[in-house]
Design a protein around this ligand. Structure first.
Ligand code: C2E
Ligand code: CA
Ligand code: CA
Length: 404
């Protein structure tokens, strides 16, 4: 469980001084009162908090008893953040951030325990205002709302995959497909992957989403390849969070097995940043993937890092030329040269190249002339729903007329 919404009835004492807790609450609606029961039994109100404030945050750090009572003054809606979730997020952030966060919260408790009450100095922003400001600056509430909605979306059929054909530039034959995730929200409609994928990566929800996507893509490619020659592959996007899972390859292989799909029919799309940030680990994992028969492609190649020296160390089968270069390669000499260099680099390292974002015949021809083997883009086909694509494949799996 990452974080979830909860309603708290008016009058409910949901944080009890002296008891251990493992959850902090961000208030979405309603107001709460924080008070301390002093050693003589008297009650001292610390303050009240409303939407955008956080209470019980010290429980995120350790199991020490709660330092105050928190009571709902009216019905409240809160987002729960557990210690486990918080620690997991901390572990994926910068080391110094981790240390400073822990130290600050620990000192805060220390200060509180020494003083009878926290006073709010006049003229200085109140803790409530500061908290709200910090959370707003980090777009925390919007982000958490989206995380919750995405978590639900994974289980109630709002997610689907679209597939974009990857075409041989020399013959027009469809070689494979890239699987691209789609989220249709019941009220908000289409939500761009450019918005929800980064959220899913940051929150760690991507791991579950990627598992779902691979399973779905396996079912698709199984249908496509049933009785059809030559066999095609499906290319699935993975993030560094997926690769960080100890059981990544094991999970992938068991999904393939369950769906009766050969490893050769799956391509893993990863980014350059994965290789740069976890070079040794990535090498080991990728080598096992290669040994298992999976294809490996580097996505958005050319945008990430200028250092090419690392490439030959990894068992990479394909480089995907980023669409930014392909888009204006015929108008911009630099983009043209970059695309050409990537194709040449691929040849030298015995990797194939896949151009992304091909929108016209002229680009397709120029890429073929450079020696680029395959391409995907609106010129051939947009990413399509499975049903629409299967209907097209029934008639033909060749775009030769588009290249004539
Ligand atoms: P990407 O992996 O680089 O995917 C290619 C993007 O280019 C897709 O955008 C596709 O619809 C778009 N595209 C394809 N042909 C053309 C063209 O001719 N012209 C133009 N202008 N665009 C074209 P989409 O589907 O919006 O996905 C955006 C990004 O979201 C993807 O970029 C990928 O980074 C991420 N993404 C999508 N699905 C998944 C997924 O299942 N898992 C992960 N981890 N990331 C995903
Ligand atoms: Ca991709
Ligand atoms: Ca790409």
């Amino acid at each position: 469980m990452i974080n979830s919404f909860k309603k708290i009835p008016a009058g409910d004492l949901f944080i009890r001084q002296g008891t251990a807790g493992n959850t902090a609450y961000i208030i979405e609606k309603g107001r709460v009162e924080i008070h301390i029961v002093k050693t003589d039994g008297s009650k001292q109100v610390v303050g009240t908090r409303g939407p955008g404030a956080i209470v019980g945050e010290m429980a995120l750090i350790d199991e020490a008893p709660r330092t105050a009572n928190v009571i709902a003054l009216e019905e409240c809606s809160v987002i729960e953040i557990t210690r486990d979730d918080f620690i997991r997020r901390l572990q994926s952030s910068d080391q110094i951030m981790q240390a400073v966060m822990r130290i600050l919260l620990t000192r805060y408790r220390d200060t509180l325990s020494r003083s009878v009450i926290v006073s709010e100095a006049p003229g200085f922003p109140s803790p409530e205002d500061l908290e709200r400001q910090f959370l707003e600056e980090a777009h925390t509430l919007d982000g958490l709302l989206m995380e919750n909605e995405f978590k639900a979306a994974m289980h109630n059929g709002q997610l689907s995959l679209h597939y974009q054909p990857i075409v041989s530039l020399s013959t027009g034959a469809i070689l494979g497909f890239e699987a691209l995730m789609r989220w249709i929200h019941p009220e908000k409609g289409f939500i761009s992957p450019a918005v929800f994928i980064p959220m899913a990566e940051q929150s760690g929800l991507i791991v579950e989403a990627s598992k779902w996507a691979l399973d779905e893509a396996c079912k698709f490619i199984h249908k496509v390849n049933a009785g059809a020659e030559p066999e095609k592959y499906v290319s699935v996007n993975f993030s560094s969070k997926d690769f960080a899972e100890e059981s990544f390859l094991e999970d992938v292989l068991s999904t393939l097995k369950r769906n009766n799909v050969l490893a050769a029919h799956i391509q893993l799309e990863i980014t350059e940043s994965l290789l740069m940030h976890q070079p040794e680990r990535a090498k080991v994992t990728l080598e096992s993937c290669k040994a298992a028969g999976l294809k490996i492609a580097i996505d958005d190649f050319g945008t990430g890092y200028s250092s090419l020296s690392y490439l030959h160390n990894y068992p990479i089968g394909a480089l995907k030329i980023d669409q930014a270069f392909v888009r204006d390669m015929l108008k911009n000499q630099n983009s043209f040269e970059l695309a050409r260099s990537i194709v040449a680099l691929g040849k030298n390292l015995k990797m194939t190249t896949i151009a992304e974002g091909v929108e016209g015949l002229a680009e397709a021809r120029a890429l073929l002339e450079m020696g680029c083997e395959s391409a995907q883009g609106y010129y051939f086909a947009k990413p399509l729903a499975e049903r629409d694509l299967l209907a097209i494949l029934e008639k033909s799996s060749n775009f030769a007329t588009k290249l004539a």
